[in-house]
Design a protein around this ligand. Structure first.
Ligand SMILES: [Zn+2]
Length: 292
């Protein structure tokens, strides 16, 4: 069996809103493995770049050095993203990353978090970054392009590890808070998760492969939209994951910093000691109630 990992990041999806939404694909992943609310680690602010950097690198702000959405002077050279570690471990291995939000996959704002060679769709001509209707429509298109391109990569290439990222829910909440439009953006993101799962299912040698699939968010939002503070609404995230070593119904006590570390673990890539994240192996779960 060959092993592969897909991590899907969906920005700014409140855990309580997700639980009440119609999200059959995230639900199915959770039923095959786990779907837990997670606390954004206190070392990180509830801001996108610091948290996605923890997902990628397995360490928090005190070590990756990203305080906010300005990524300059980060320390990801010392704590590389898991895609880079996979390629460093095996020169024949390939990876893929795609995102509409530029700092994840390009040099914008001192990025990228996932280096190098990530895919970002072009912002449509005449659209400015922002949260007006035109910008939200453009981001919706960019998420579709990310989804279709990632699906093609999943179907036709043999990447060891893939990261795909969806932006619209976060921008919808910034635009107008926790509204029906926000809920619709979350349900749309779940449909895009379904597209990516269908691409994996259609792979010609799927029966000879073991796939780990992780879906998660970085932070929540206040009722009126926006994040960066310490309210439970902002600091409660969630992770859903399935794959080898994750028994259905297991209680993990997962952390966002575990994601990249677990990916390396299932792919047989040595994980350097001392990272904040840990793999989700059967021997590491469930956590002791008294553990730190
Ligand atoms: Zn975010």
């Amino acid at each position: 069996m060959s092993r592969h990992v897909l991590v899907i990041g969906i920005d700014g999806v409140r855990a309580d809103v997700l639980r009440k939404a119609h999200v059959p694909h995230i639900t199915a992943i959770g039923e095959a493995g786990f779907w837990e609310d997670v606390r954004v680690d206190e070392r990180n602010p509830t801001i996108s770049a610091p948290v996605w950097a923890s997902v990628a690198s397995g360490v928090h702000r005190d070590r990756h050095g990203i305080d906010d959405n300005d990524l300059h002077n980060h320390h990801l050279d010392q704590y590389p993203d898991f895609l880079s570690r996979v390629r460093a471990h095996d020169a024949a291995a390939t990876t893929f990353a795609a995102a509409a939000w530029a700092p994840l996959v390009t040099g914008a704002a001192g990025g990228p978090v996932f280096a190098p060679g990530g895919f970002r769709p072009d912002l449509p001509t005449g659209v400015e970054d922002g949260t007006d209707d035109a910008a939200l429509a453009a981001i919706a298109v960019m998420d579709e392009v990310v989804t279709s391109r990632t699906a093609r990569e999943l179907l036709s290439r043999d990447h060891a590890a893939v990261f795909a990222y969806l932006l619209l829910p976060d921008m919808a909440a910034h635009a107008e808070g926790i509204t029906d439009r926000y809920r619709a953006a979350i349900e749309r993101a779940d449909e895009q998760v379904g597209v990516l799962l269908a691409a994996i299912a259609a792979r010609p040698r799927r029966s000879a492969e073991e796939w780990t699939v992780v879906v998660l968010t970085d932070h929540g939002h206040r009722d009126g939209g926006h994040h960066g503070g310490d309210s439970d609404a902002e600091r409660t995230g969630w992770i859903a994951a399935s794959g080898p070593g994750i028994d259905a119904g297991v209680v993990i006590g997962a952390s966002q910093a575990d994601v990249g570390v677990h990916a390396l673990h299932v792919l047989g890539v040595a994980v350097p000691p001392g990272l904040d994240g840990r793999p989700w192996s059967a021997t590491s779960t469930p956590p002791q109630t008294s553990s730190a």
